[in-house]
Design a protein around this ligand. Structure first.
Ligand SMILES: *Cc1c(COP(=O)(O)O)cnc(C)c1O
Length: 368
């Protein structure tokens, strides 16, 4: 096998080797099926077992209560920006959004297409370097939901406390919706404190092509706009157990392997413990360095995406090419932010982060 590099991409990202190896082992012939999962009918017994087991494992590792459904959908997290608005609000209704970064801004734009999207808090004033707080006095009392992005992939911030919906809006039925694409399974998330959680798989779950949506069953009974195409409704997907049409079978299968791996490692709590160690190695260097400057407010830092800058573009380029020469790729920061972003999801081994930390220290010493 050609040598694998440490891929610090924000997504698609690294997956644990044992997961890839298991997928490889059964690639040509899935036990008992006489065919590959790539070829298998989604109506077969084998696939039924695969999707059921994936869901059951996810329910265990995330402590998903029985009054929530789990869906495996397509269209990425981006389609959820639209589906959330269209299924939780009627056209023209009010919706509240916390703008804490680029994806939350996109989510709000989709809300604007559907109704009255109100910004309930924003950290745009400081280029999204911190998590903004909801001001109860300015919160729309008739909002159907409050949408927030749990982990801001581009800027490297995270909600360590869930946003609070003010009492009056809550009494009016305002629901809490979290986009946890880039931190699901990487830190403990209290599912029952949400009404709906969604996550594209390609960051912390598995391959691109599947999106996990976890929502309260009662939402399915909500009246929706009759104009909605069937594929944009949650209920038909839930009624057909994510198989209203052909689902992304292989992506669901590999996600299931990933869920099992997380469980075998000790669950999400153990993932968070490891991720704290990994992120801590990098933040320690950033906090004690004359060369590197962290981009995120300390109390709001992400465990998944560590962002920092060097004094100028030339040094940044030199640092990135040193990393590349040592087998560490995709460390360049997002274009609106610049600098460096190290995405260190569950699939990134400690050794990869240790190598990055050593390289940062060495680069600093040689640029005194
Ligand atoms: C990557 C990402 C998205 C977009 O995901 P797609 O699956 O590409 O649509 C949305 N939200 C967050 C927080 C992300 O990290």
């Amino acid at each position: 096998m050609e040598e694998r590099v440490y891929n610090f991409s924000a997504g698609p990202s690294m997956m644990p080797l044992p997961v890839l190896q298991e997928a490889q082992k059964d690639l040509l012939c899935y036990p008992g099926a006489g065919a590959s999962v790539l070829e298998m009918s989604h109506r077969s017994k084998s696939f039924d077992d695969i999707i059921n087991e994936a869901e059951a494992t996810l329910r265990r590792i995330m402590n998903i209560p029985d009054d929530y459904v789990v869906l495996f959908l397509q269209g990425g997290a981006t389609l959820q920006f639209s589906m959330v608005a269209m299924n939780l609000a009627r056209q023209g209704d009010t919706m509240a959004f916390i703008k804490s970064g680029q994806f939350s801004t996109k989510a709000m734009k989709e809300g604007e297409r559907w109704g009255n999207a109100v910004c309930a808090a924003s950290s745009e004033d400081k280029n999204f370097s911190y998590i903004p707080k909801v001001d109860p006095a300015n919160f729309p009392k008739d909002a159907r939901f409050l949408h927030f992005t749990g982990n801001n992939t581009v800027f490297g911030t995270a909600f360590w406390q869930l946003p609070q919906i003010p009492a009056e809006a809550k009494a009016n039925g305002c629901r809490l919706v979290g986009d946890w694409s880039s931190a699901i399974l990487g830190m403990d998330i209290d599912v029952k404190a949400h009404d709906l959680i969604y996550a594209g798989a390609q960051k912390n779950i598995g391959p691109a092509g599947v999106t996990v949506v976890i929502l309260k069953k009662e939402i399915l009974e909500q009246e929706i706009d009759p104009v909605l195409p069937i594929m944009l409704r949650y209920k038909p997907a839930a009624d057909a157990r994510s198989m209203y049409n052909t689902p992304p079978c292989f992506a669901i299968y590999v996600s299931g392997l990933m869920f099992k791996w997380v469980e075998q490692q000790g669950g999400v709590t153990e993932m968070e413990r490891r991720n704290r160690i990994k992120a801590g190695l990098l933040y320690d260097i950033i906090d004690n360095s004359p060369l590197y400057t962290g981009l995120a407010a300390k109390e709001d830092r992400s465990l998944m995406n560590v962002t920092f800058t060097l004094p100028d573009k030339e040094l940044t380029a030199e640092f990135l090419s040193l990393c590349q020469s040592r087998g560490m790729i995709n460390l360049k920061g997002y274009r609106s932010v610049g600098g460096v972003r190290a995405s260190i999801y569950n699939g990134m081994p400690l050794e990869g982060v240790q190598l990055l930390a050593e390289t940062m220290k060495e680069f600093e010493a040689s640029h005194k």
